[in-house]
Design a protein around this ligand. Structure first.
Ligand SMILES: [Zn+2]
Length: 129
């Protein structure tokens, strides 16, 4: 379930396109504001689109993405962020609660482990992009 506190109030892409800075609850009186800096590589590694999920199952998902940058960041409604990467991968849909967990320092497999019932969604949304 999504809580409004999981929706970042501000998202800023660093000039070198290697970092996204998320700020939560800046103006809701919750102090201090929560801020997380996620590297483009962290986000690329956390992509859970159908293609990346398949590659993980096939054990051919890369362990790192050196130098990968963020090409484009587009909010999808108020539930997720679509991120396109410089390696040509543009299928990543990151729901706010998922970004919240990544920001808390969790890895993809830890998030899956914490939520064993979580199904990896198929690329319904990303297929239309
Ligand atoms: Zn992906």
């Amino acid at each position: 379930m999504m809580e409004t506190s999981q929706i970042p109030e501000e998202i800023a892409l660093s000039r070198d396109r290697l970092m996204l800075v998320f700020t939560w609850n800046r103006s809701h009186g919750e102090s201090p504001a929560r801020r997380a800096i996620l590297s483009s590589e962290t986000l690329r590694l956390a992509c859970r689109c159908a293609w990346c999920s398949r590659d993980r199952i096939l054990a051919c998902f890369p362990p790192d993405f050196p130098g990968v940058a963020i090409e484009k960041v587009v909010p999808i409604g108020n539930h997720a962020l679509h991120i396109a990467f410089s390696d040509g991968h543009a299928r990543g849909i990151f729901p706010w609660p998922y970004l919240d967990q990544i920001a808390a320092g969790k890895t993809f497999s830890e998030i899956l482990h914490d939520n064993p019932s979580t199904k990896i969604p198929p690329a319904q949304a990303s297929d239309r992009i």
